[in-house]
Design a protein around this ligand. Sequence first.
Ligand code: SF4
Length: 266
Amino acid sequence: MLDRFNRKINYLRISVTDRCNLRCRYCMPEEGVQFIPHSQILSYEEIKEVVEAAVPLGIDKIRITGGEPLVRKDIVELVRLIASVPGVKDIAMTTNGMLLHEFAAPLAKAGLHRINVSLDTMDPEKFASVTRGGDIRRVFAGIEAARKAGLSPIKVNCVIKTASDEPDALAVKAYCLENGLQARFIKQMDLHTGEFGIVDGGSGGDCRNCNRLRLTSNGMMKPCLFSDMEFSVRELGVRKAIELALSVKPEKGTVNLHNCFHNIGG
Ligand code: SF4
């Protein structure tokens, strides 16, 4: 499907939960966050219905995000359901890696193709500080398990302050080169002020070539990360919500005062 600016929209990012087993400083405030009540979260059957309605409209690429998708119960079953929808060509997931060593093999067997793992530093203490308690060894174990499971490519999402020549970014880049991983550098973004940049090594933030829509875990179809516009798939029906989101998709992102990163999946 094409939007008003003739951009081909074929990519749906699905946030399956706003919960996470880490508390990264640039994502979750110290005082904690108000989570979406479980009763409002889309069931796996509802998510499958969204994908089934989206494919005939032109969506063939799906990314599963969170919060942290691997904390949602039976997540492997969701991958199986999405992989069973004819016309879905590419299924990817973004994870913080804490549980990946346990899930990589069943996810690959269920139909997951590739994975992005968050890693902002190679320094264990700094990692524990940035994530408020994460163990970096679990990320390395997860990446190894993903490699063994045949997930490919394995990309590493590294959040940077301003530039990819920062010491931590250079260390992550070297680690990726040594291990045949693809590094992506994501400038810290701010939804509320509209600060964002094009992902170095990826396509995010490149509004002129934007190809995506987003589905939040409570069923809101969003035309853009940096916009407050959203349409309920439960109230409007999936097709209508997608068509409305597409019809108002902005030429470029501005601000999003409504969401936070942990409930929209970046
Ligand atoms: S800010 Fe909006 S239009 Fe720009 S790349 Fe992101 S989602 Fe697409």
